[in-house]
Design a protein around this ligand. Structure first.
Ligand code: BG6
Ligand code: MG
Length: 222
């Protein structure tokens, strides 16, 4: 195989944590008297914790000093952690484990590339901690997607040439980050949102080795 490593985003690709982010942000927005809908929540996907708060405050036309914003972000995170601490392996999205096992069987390295500082806890709760050879997350990476830092860091940790990595991403900012890292990118979700990716599938249950080989051919890598 031309592909030497696959790098997975966490939230929305491996687990559906968007619903827990929504519950926690909604609770905070309610307390602040800001209207916040599931549609607004779409804008927070792939976006860092502080940038997410900024979007919510902007929806309510509220301007707060940085100290208060930091306090609100940590309140939201406490609620979020309450939800994710109850997660189970059943919440791993369909097809994820099968696809990862096929990749491993074919000697393709596996890494995680996520903005989330809660990555270690989520991987632990769903029992996937041992599966990844490298984890680049919000605890070691500081430039938010669409900056390519998170994926470049994952490739560096694996010791793999970025040009031989394939990224799986559900957020437009993440797709841009992968492309800026010089990597191939499979969008996970809807074409209208992820059109910049080299190919788009609805979930990892739609992925298999054959599709990866087709992608390699499409990109002229053989
Ligand atoms: C991303 C999510 O993976 O992580 C965002 O898509 C989230 O919604 C971001 O804000 C940061 O996560 P955390 O867990 O560090 O607040
Ligand atoms: Mg995501």
């Amino acid at each position: 195989m031309w592909t030497k490593a696959c790098i997975f985003d966490l939230d929305g690709v491996i687990v559906d944590t968007a619903k827990y982010h929504f519950l926690a942000w909604k609770r905070l927005a309610d307390e602040l008297g800001i209207e916040f809908t599931e549609r607004d929540n779409e804008r927070l996907k792939g976006v860092s914790r502080m940038a997410s708060l900024e979007i919510i405050l902007e929806l309510g036309n509220k301007h707060l000093p940085i100290g208060e914003k930091e306090e609100l972000a940590s309140v939201k995170n406490r609620w979020y952690v309450e939800y994710i601490s109850k997660m189970t392996p059943e919440e791993i999205l369909p097809g994820t484990l099968d696809f990862i096992n096929v990749l491993k069987h074919n000697k393709i390295k596996i890494a995680l590339g996520s903005a989330s500082k809660n990555t270690p806890m989520i991987l632990d709760r769903v029992g996937m901690k041992e599966l990844f050879e490298a984890v680049a997350d919000g605890n070691i990476v500081h430039k938010a997607k669409p900056d390519p830092e998170v994926f470049l860091k994952a490739a560096e940790m694996l010791g793999t040439d970025p040009a031989k990595c394939v990224v799986f991403e559900d957020a437009a900012a993440g797709v841009e980050a992968a492309l800026r890292a010089g990597m191939a990118c499979v969008g996970i979700g809807r074409k209208e949102v992820l059109g910049a990716a080299h190919t788009v599938v609805s979930g990892l249950n739609e992925m298999n080795l054959e599709k990866l080989i087709i992608l390699e051919k499409q990109l002229g890598y053989e």
